[in-house]
Design a protein. Structure first.
Length: 126
């Protein structure tokens, strides 16, 4: 095998590996809330991060499918976005953060100017 073909093969392998790492380090895609089994798709919306409910386990919450729970979160640092999060359990909107952390996606909502915060780490779903 020529050196050029070896280099081309190595470049292809490195490209695929980098693409997989980029996906793993991205908030985009479908994530599952472990406490409820709700599935939420995170997607780009004009250079910002948005999220909408795409699936629920609880039939009583089926009406929430399609609800945007986060619209236009701004990237504030590598792996961290800030915006407003809708809690469909109580209908309240909280300021909060979305952070990539250890293979999970941590959502944290805050009230009272950030004095009271609560969060949960979600896992990537198919």
């Amino acid at each position: 095998m020529s050196n050029a073909l070896k280099a081309l093969g190595l470049a292809a392998i490195l490209s695929l590996a980098a693409g997989g790492a980029a996906l793993a380090a991205s908030p985009y895609g479908t994530w599952e809330r472990p406490s409820t089994g709700t599935k939420v798709k995170f997607y780009d919306c004009g250079g910002k991060l948005c999220a909408k409910i795409v699936g629920v386990k609880d039939a009583a919450k089926k009406k929430t499918v399609g609800t945007v729970i986060m619209g236009g979160a701004k990237k504030v640092s590598d792996g961290k976005w800030e915006g407003n999060l809708l809690n469909t359990d109580n209908g309240n909107v909280y300021s909060g953060y979305v952070t990539l952390s250890g293979g999970g996606l941590k959502l944290q909502g805050c009230a009272l100017g950030g004095l009271v915060c609560s969060g949960e780490t979600w896992r990537r779903s198919n």
